[in-house]
Design a protein around this ligand. Structure first.
Ligand SMILES: NC(=O)c1ccc[n+]([C@@H]2O[C@H](COP(=O)([O-])OP(=O)(O)OC[C@H]3O[C@@H](n4cnc5c(N)ncnc54)[C@H](OP(=O)(O)O)[C@@H]3O)[C@@H](O)[C@H]2O)c1
Length: 375
C-alpha cells in the first residue's frame, strides 16, 4: 500500500478529519488491545454520523458512525483516523460495512501497520471506493493517540512511559527521610492524570515493599475508562499478599521456579501470577515481561518503579518516553545521575512548571511520532 499525501483532500475534508481525530480522543484508554479510532460521515457537506471505537468486542468507529447515519451513509464520505480494517477479528471487517452502506469515498489519517488487519484501502479501491490518505500532519497527530497500538504492532510490546520523581541533583528520595513525596501536589496530580490514560502501571517489588502503593487513579477523572492494571515485576515473589496492588488484582510477573507457596498465597489474595524467562544474568527478561503484558491486551504502560527497575528498563532500550518530575527546590548537595542509562540524543518533547516542580519529558529521537510517521 502506498500511503502518500494527496492534494485531493480539501480544506473542508481536513476540518471534518480533524473532528474525527477529536472524537477518537473519547475512546482513548478504553479500547485496548484495539486502537482508539474516530470516524465522521459527511454527505453533501453535512455531517450525517460520527462514531468512535467501543471496548473490545463492541463496534469499531466506522460501524458506530454508519449506525448513527443510517440510510444517510449511502453516497457519503467517511473520514477516519486509521485505515479501515479488512479482517475478521472479534468483529467483522469495517471495509465490508462501509461497502454495504454505500460509502463512496474514504479519507484516512493513518495507514494500518497491523499485518493482520491492513489492506483496507486496497479492498475499498477494488470495490470502486475512492480512498485518499491525508497530509502527513494528520499522521503525526494521530500517531500520538495511537502510540500504544502502533508500538505493540511494530514491536510486540506495549508503549512504555517511565516516570520518576527526583531532586534537582538527581536523587530519587528526598534528603529528609520523613518526607514521603519528593514533588508537590500539582506534579502528583499530573501522575494521576497520566495513569488515567494507560492500560497498566508497572513497578518492581522494591517499590511495593517500600511504599505499598495503590497505583490507581484517585486524583483525576477516569470517565468511562477502567482503572489501569497494577503490574509488579517480582522475581522472588516478595510481594506481600495483603499489598494494596494485590487486592486490586495485580499482575505479578515472576520466574518459573519461584516459590510455590508464595505463588499460591498471592493468587488466593487476588493477584494473577505469570512466569517469564530469566536472562543469562539471572534477572527477569524485561522484553519478555512486556510482551506478556501485550498478550494480556495491554498497549500502554506507565512505569513508576524505583532506581533498580527504572535503570534496567532504560538500559534495555525499552523506554519510549522518560518523564522526570524534578523538585527544583530540593537538593542534597551531592549530584548524581537519577538513573543509569544513556539518554544522549533524546529529544525534549515537553517541559513546564507544575507548582514548585518541573515536568520534563524526553523521547528517543527515532521514536518521535513525527519522525516515525512522516519519514
Ligand atoms: N523517586 C521515584 O520516582 C521513586 C519511584 C518508585 C520508588 N521509589 C523509591 O525507590 C525505592 C525502591 O527502590 P527499588 O529500586 O528497589 O524499586 P523498584 O525498581 O521498583 O524494584 C526493584 C526490584 O524489581 C525487581 N525486578 C524484577 N525484575 C527485574 C529486572 N529485570 N530488573 C530490575 N529489577 C527487577 C527486583 O527484585 P527481585 O530481584 O526480587 O525480582 C528489584 O529488586 C523505595 O524507597 C521507593 O520509595 C522512588
Amino acid at each position: 500500500m502506498t500511503a502518500t499525501a494527496t492534494p485531493t483532500v480539501d480544506a473542508t475534508e481536513r476540518v471534518h478529519l480533524a473532528r474525527a481525530v477529536a472524537i477518537a480522543g473519547r475512546a482513548r484508554g478504553t479500547t485496548s488491545p484495539n486502537p482508539a479510532v474516530g470516524c465522521v460521515l459527511v454527505r453533501d457537506g453535512d455531517e450525517v454520523g460520527q462514531g468512535w471505537t467501543g471496548p473490545p468486542g463492541a463496534p469499531h468507529a466506522e460501524v458506530a458512525a454508519l449506525t448513527a447515519a443510517g440510510g444517510a451513509a449511502d453516497g457519503a464520505t467517511a473520514l477516519v483516523t486509521l485505515e479501515p480494517c479488512a479482517h475478521h477479528g472479534r468483529t467483522p471487517p469495517c471495509t465490508g460495512a462501509l461497502l454495504a452502506a454505500g460509502v463512496r469515498r474514504v479519507v484516512v489519517a493513518h495507514p494500518d501497520p497491523n499485518p493482520q488487519a491492513a489492506g483496507g484501502a486496497e479492498v475499498l479501491r477494488a470495490n470502486g471506493v475512492e480512498v485518499c490518505f491525508a497530509p502527513p500532519v494528520f499522521r503525526a497527530w494521530v500517531a500520538g493517540d495511537l502510540e500504544g497500538f502502533l508500538t505493540r504492532v511494530r514491536t510486540g510490546r506495549p508503549h512504555v512511559t517511565l516516570k520518576l520523581a527526583q531532586t534537582v541533583d538527581g536523587h530519587l528520595a528526598a534528603p529528609d527521610p520523613e518526607q514521603r513525596w519528593i514533588t508537590g501536589p500539582l506534579a502528583r496530580r499530573a501522575v494521576h492524570r497520566w495513569r488515567a490514560t494507560v492500560d497498566a502501571v508497572l513497578v518492581g517489588s522494591g517499590t511495593v515493599l517500600a511504599d505499598d502503593p495503590g497505583l490507581d487513579v484517585r486524583d483525576a477523572a477516569l470517565g468511562d475508562r477502567p482503572q489501569p492494571r497494577p503490574v509488579v515485576l517480582d522475581g522472588r515473589l516478595q510481594t506481600p499478599p495483603d499489598a494494596r496492588v494485590v487486592t486490586r488484582g495485580a499482575l505479578v510477573i515472576t520466574r518459573p521456579d519461584a516459590d510455590e507457596d508464595a505463588r499460591r498465597a498471592l493468587t488466593a489474595a487476588g493477584a494473577e501470577v505469570i512466569d517469564v524467562a530469566v536472562t543469562d544474568g539471572g534477572a527477569l527478561d524485561l522484553d519478555a515481561a512486556l510482551r506478556s503484558l501485550a498478550d494480556h491486551g495491554i498497549n500502554t504502560v506507565l512505569a513508576e518503579p524505583g532506581e533498580v527497575l527504572g535503570s534496567a528498563l532504560l538500559a534495555a532500550g525499552l523506554v519510549d518516553r522518560l518523564v522526570r518530575h524534578v523538585a527544583v527546590g530540593i537538593g542534597t548537595g551531592t549530584p548524581r545521575p537519577a538513573l543509569d542509562g544513556d539518554t544522549t540524543g533524546w529529544v525534549t518533547t515537553r517541559s513546564g512548571g507544575a507548582g514548585d516542580d518541573l515536568i520534563w519529558e524526553r523521547v528517543p529521537a527515532d521514536r518521535l511520532p513525527a519522525v516515525q510517521e512522516v519519514a
